[in-house]
Design a protein around this ligand. Structure first.
Ligand code: FMN
Length: 181
């Protein structure tokens, strides 16, 4: 165990798919020994001044990137609850100052047919995180949904849990094999 290692998982989700993935990732991170704070971006205080050893961001891919107010409204028109459109990971990060190389990772959800495209929510999040001074410790990772409103493709929640376990093993401070810093 690595007592005291904390991970903050912040997710954005219009139809619930990214939220389910975030919960599975959080389970894996907890299984790997982290103390996990899991927060919807709507309720999450910005990272400035908060205490964590790893930040994990999850967001749905909208127009090959992180959502914007216009794409979230588009999701609402396609059946997402209006309150889900209030804010997103892009806005959450915009208020962040440099964090001195603290470790971070990002995942997204996206539809199966675009899974190999290099531009998506997680790649955009990773770039913004770097710009804000975080150190990206894991390749931006995609989890697949069948269509805009979901559902998640079979097996993705198990994969998400496994991704969380691996992140914890590789990056929780104090564990053998964990990256320094
Ligand atoms: C406005 C809009 C734009 C989208 N653009 C993309 C896209 O460029 N690539 C993609 O793979 N999926 C795209 N999608 C599908 C979303 O990735 C999908 O709705 C999301 O993964 C579901 O996650 P959620 O339930 O957490 O919102 C788009 C969805 C919406 C509503």
């Amino acid at each position: 165990m690595n007592d005291g290692a904390r991970v903050l998982v912040v997710y954005e989700s219009m139809f619930g798919c990214t939220e389910s993935v975030a919960r599975a990732v959080a389970e894996g991170l907890a299984e790997g020994g982290f103390t996990v704070d899991l927060e919807n971006v709507r309720d999450a205080e910005g990272p400035g001044g908060r205490s964590f050893d790893l930040l994990v961001l999850g967001a749905p891919t909208h127009a090959f990137s992180l959502s914007r107010p216009s794409t979230r409204l588009d999701a609402v028109r396609q059946g997402a609850p209006a309150e889900a459109a209030t804010t997103g990971v892009r806005e959450w990060l915009a208020g962040t100052k440099g964090r001195d190389g603290r470790p971070a990772a990002a995942f997204d959800t996206r539809v199966t047919k675009t899974r190999r495209l290099p531009k998506a929510a997680s790649t955009r999040a990773a770039r913004l995180l770097r710009r804000r001074g975080f150190r990206i410790v894991e390749r931006p990772t995609a989890f697949l949904v069948a269509d805009v409103q979901g559902p998640l493709v079979d097996g993705e929640l198990e994969r998400a849990r496994g991704w969380g376990i691996r992140l914890a093993h590789d990056h929780a401070p104090g564990l053998p094999g964990a990256a320094a810093g």
